[in-house]
Design a protein around this ligand. Structure first.
Ligand code: CO
Length: 360
């Protein structure tokens, strides 16, 4: 495992449902502290790291979110089974038959979402999906008291998927949970590593945001604080290269380069910004992709609408099977996303940014 793979494993496996990003924030603080002394949190918990230029140069804000989709303990029933509230968008079928970790005052408690044995299911029931409010987590408790007193489980405790980082095939594909958006954080760390000693014309703010999956909340507060001139959000894209998904739904594939979002339900990118990225990719002779999505939603839209409006773009590392225990990403896409964004930041001088901001 090389350095990047170790970093990806650490980020993917760390615990951090929306609102409970502490372990991820610790990793980001540790990694980014190597390159800047100016790191602090805003009142909601987003981690803001500044790479300052002494001049009045424009402020470039780059975001990636620390939270992953997870669950929250709603109540413990008399038999000791855990009922939950979802944090972020899950498919009901992705919740069943999985391994989970609950963070309690006594530490991490392991649990599983049990699935009913097929031996007892009536034929007409077999084709039915189980709605999430019928799903429970089994922690091996004898009863409610055992779960509360001995295991320390309390309503409001966060629950994250449990999934180990793995290699898939032999072409640089990585399986893990929470690529959305730990892959964005990994890109951010590589950017900090490259740019802290290299020339870049701007005041750079690398922001690890909180609570994206439940409404872009950390991006709202941090962009209000920074008041940026330019926004770049780094996300996990929606790969559409597996059975059952069509070009109508998604136009990106893993292994074919970074994706520029041209439409999602939260944001239209700045079109001059899109064109600048196309030019840079051509100069680098790098393949990039585009996606026009009906749904989705990402932090870039909160940057875009902060204060009086900010030219913003969303750049994504294509990912298969988002919001599940096992996502898939490609190393080639990761490396190229890092390279593309570094070259983009170097290009954003005062003149270029003023041009992006003008409507003349
Ligand atoms: Co995301």
């Amino acid at each position: 495992m090389d350095q990047v793979e170790s970093l990806l494993k650490k980020l993917s496996e760390s615990f951090g449902p929306s609102g409970f990003e502490d372990p991820v924030r610790k990793i980001m603080n540790q990694e980014l502290s190597k390159y800047t002394n100016s790191i602090y949190t805003d009142g909601l918990g987003s981690l803001i790291s500044e790479f300052k230029k002494e001049t009045d140069n424009p402020k470039v804000m780059i975001t990636a979110h620390m939270d992953e989709v997870g669950l929250l303990v709603k109540y413990i029933d008399d038999e000791g089974y855990i009922r939950f509230q979802q944090l972020g968008g899950w498919l009901d079928s992705a919740l069943l038959g999985q391994r989970w970790q609950i963070s309690t005052k006594k530490g991490i408690v392991f649990g599983i979402s049990g699935i009913k044995t097929p031996h007892v299911i009536k034929p007409e029931e077999r084709k039915k999906t189980i709605p999430s409010d019928e799903i429970f987590i089994d922690v091996g408790a004898i009863n409610k008291e055992d779960a509360e007193k001995n295991m320390g489980i309390h309503p409001g405790d966060p629950i994250a998927p449990l999934s180990e980082f793995k290699f898939l095939g032999n072409k640089g594909l990585y399986v893990g949970k929470a690529w959305d958006d730990r892959i964005g954080l990994a890109v951010m760390i590589q950017i900090a590593k490259s740019l802290h000693s290299n020339f870049h014309p701007n005041k750079l703010f690398l922001v690890s945001t909180v609570q994206e999956e439940i409404g872009l909340r950390g991006a709202q507060t941090s962009s209000f604080h920074i008041n940026p001139d330019i926004g770049i959000n780094i996300e996990s894209g929606v790969a559409g290269d597996y059975p059952g998904i069509s070009l109508e739904e998604s136009q990106e594939k893993i292994g074919y380069g970074p994706t520029i979002f041209l439409h999602d339900s939260s944001m239209l990118p700045n079109i001059k910004f899109r064109n600048l990225i196309i030019t840079i990719a051509e100069e680098l002779k790098m393949d990039i992709q585009f996606n026009v999505l009906k749904g989705y939603g990402q932090d870039g839209s909160a940057i875009q609408r902060a204060h009086s409006g900010t030219p913003t773009i969303n750049i994504a590392v294509p990912t298969r099977y988002l919001h599940s225990h096992n996502g898939v990403i490609s190393r080639l896409d990761f490396d190229n996303t890092v390279k593309l964004i570094i070259n983009l930041i170097k290009r954003l001088d005062v003149k270029t940014i003023n041009n992006l901001k003008s409507f003349d």
